[in-house]
Write a protein that binds this ligand. Structure first.
Ligand SMILES: [Zn+2]
Length: 391
């Protein structure tokens, strides 16, 4: 088979697969925010409640065949269902084309060798799409989706080491590992009610209507909650992680015997094949923590500075999942690119004289996609000047 025919077959397969994944994303988007199970009951018409038979539930195709109506009661199916399916199909097929046909990013390698990285990036794009869709409608982020994507990122980075994942230095790897232990300790303390969750935690777990949720600055102000005090509780939550991360860094960089052993374990050049897998996993972990830290740090500083809640913990989850999949550099660039996307939207609103506010999650998602695809250009634009400046 010619390489071109091979590409065409993969593109058709991934498009069809994407439509099915999109169908599942629809379930996530419409059930998770309402706290419903994503497994039971099976697909049914929200209007008449009758189950949708398998042959009426074929992604994209059924919408066309049924002319956008429920077969039982004739109610219009909202066009966003086939839109999400088409978008996911385009994402999965498009990602293949970008990485393996037109080589938009250097060093992708052949699909037969780099499919691990493709799976991770495809899962990330699907997760970002679901998060953005829910965020736009409900002003909250389905953090379960971010956890699943982060898990996929950690596993694929360990199993399929790829040159796109930045190699992390032994002390940075130790800091990430120790910091994760610190986060675990804080979560346990919270589980056993030794540490009170901040106001956002409470908001994020309950599905809110339009104006409640993580952006509810007005309501929290009215209910007498002091945002500055709440964010200090979050700082307390993070303190075991920060202390342990610093300790991990110092121990593996200052104590020579520890440093030698640790380097052999995690540094590919010193430790060989196993170290490559371990470094891949820790690179993913560093990415998760660094990406989360950008947003959480901004949130803490912003809230302390302005006395108003800045950024949501949902955004922290979104970026953490990006870091787990792509390593620390992609989310670090996306963090600075996202405000420009938001600014373009604000300008559009200004020109059209419209009032339609959007949450921040979709801008983080859009910026991430841009940086993932045009990584080399961003790298040159941002990282090179930083490097020459001595960072
Ligand atoms: Zn119906």
């Amino acid at each position: 088979m010619t390489p071109l025919a091979m590409h065409v077959l993969w593109i058709i397969f991934l498009f069809a697969l994407g439509a099915c994944v999109g169908s599942f994303l629809n379930v996530i988007i419409h059930r998770l925010p309402k706290g419903q199970s994503i497994v039971f009951p099976g697909s049914h018409c929200p209007e008449c409640g009758r189950p949708i038979r398998w042959h009426d539930n074929i992604p994209l195709v059924s919408y066309v065949v049924l002319r956008g109506r429920c077969r039982a009661c004739g109610t219009h199916i909202p066009p966003r269902y086939p839109l999400i399916e088409a978008a996911t199909a385009a994402l999965l097929a498009g990602l293949y084309v970008c990485y393996f046909v037109i080589d938009i990013r250097g060093g992708a390698g052949a699909f037969t060798e780099s499919w691990g990285v493709y799976i991770a990036h495809a899962a990330l794009l699907c997760g970002l799409l679901a998060c953005a869709a829910v965020d736009v409608e409900y002003w909250l982020v389905p953090v379960e989706v971010c956890w699943v994507v982060a898990g996929i990122g950690l596993i694929t980075s360990a199993a399929f080491p790829h040159e796109w994942m930045p190699t992390v230095s032994p002390p940075a790897a130790a800091a990430a590992l120790a910091g994760t232990v610190g986060l675990g300790i804080a979560m346990l303390l919270q589980r056993f009610a030794l540490l009170r969750p901040s106001f956002i935690d409470a908001d994020d777990t309950t599905p809110g209507d339009d104006e409640s949720g993580r952006h509810a600055t007005a309501t929290t102000a009215a209910s007498g909650i002091n945002p500055r005090k709440e964010v200090l509780i979050e700082l307390l939550f993070l303190s075991p992680a920060i202390v342990l991360a610093i300790a991990g860094w110092l121990v593996t960089s200052r104590i020579e015997s520890v440093s030698d052993a640790w380097t052999r374990l995690v540094w590919p050049a010193a430790g060989g094949a196993a170290a490559q897998h371990i470094n891949g996993f820790l690179s993913s972990l560093v990415g998760l923590l660094v990406a989360g830290a950008w947003i959480w740090g901004t949130r803490i500083l912003g809230t302390l500075g302005f006395g108003k809640e800045a950024m949501g913990l949902g955004d922290v989850h979104i970026m953490a999942s990006v870091g787990a999949v792509a390593g620390w550099i992609v989310p670090s660039i996306a963090f600075f690119v996202a405000p420009f996307f938001g600014l373009i939207w604000a300008l559009y609103l200004f020109v059209r004289r419209r009032q339609r506010e959007l949450p921040y999650g979709p801008w983080l998602a859009a910026a991430t996609v841009a940086v993932l695809l045009f990584y080399d250009a961003f790298q040159e634009l941002i990282m090179e000047p930083l490097r020459t400046a001595g960072f």
